[in-house]
Design a protein around this ligand. Sequence first.
Ligand code: 5RP
Length: 232
Amino acid sequence: MKTSGGTDAMKRRAGESAASTVDDGDVVGLGTGSTAAHAIRAIGERVDGGLDVRGVATSFASRELAIECGIHLVDLDEVTGPDSAGIDVAVDGADRVADGDLIKGGGGAHAREKLVDAAADRFLVVADPSKETAALDRPVPVEVLPSGRGVVADAVREAGGEASLRRAERKDGPVVTDNGNLLLDCAFGEIPDPGTLAAELADTPGVVEHGLFVGLADEIHVGTAEGVRVRE
Ligand code: 5RP
């Protein structure tokens, strides 16, 4: 069997594996990032072949890609709420995966991602093996109201972390999210109890959403050099 260990090939395998579980008639949450993009392309190919799905985008980027791939899009509020279809499955990437809990928000899209992923009947995480760690250990992206950035940074310091404003790589200024807010990357070192930290961040005035996804994932599809590992 021919194997390919390049990171992009592993991300593609993970994305294709999750995309293959989508059923005809499903409402599908479309995640953000390079691994989720592979899943969106794979769903698009199945749509070309006759699969009938409706997608809910989690960012402007996933919306653009879904349109390019011919996936019919609906707004989250069209499919959620009383007597609505709901979201059957969401497919999304992660920056860290430890014991089923995630850090997301590397692309700054975690607020809409959490809305969509948490609303889905099945939330499938797609990742390459570099994302798997024993403990969540990278800075937690926190989306904040622009005027709340100092207040939230103070609260993060009190909670034992250090907040840095995310800056745009090739532009002079901060990253602005799809929702018009700012991002603080909050370093706590290893996070022994993600649930407690998640609750603390969620309780902080000025926080729109944080990137800790605790207990939300149903399946984790990890693309490897040889194939795909699926953990439930
Ligand atoms: C965006 C995310 C992404 O899913 C996460 O950053 C993983 O990205 P990639 O698949 O490109 O490694 O959370 O907010």
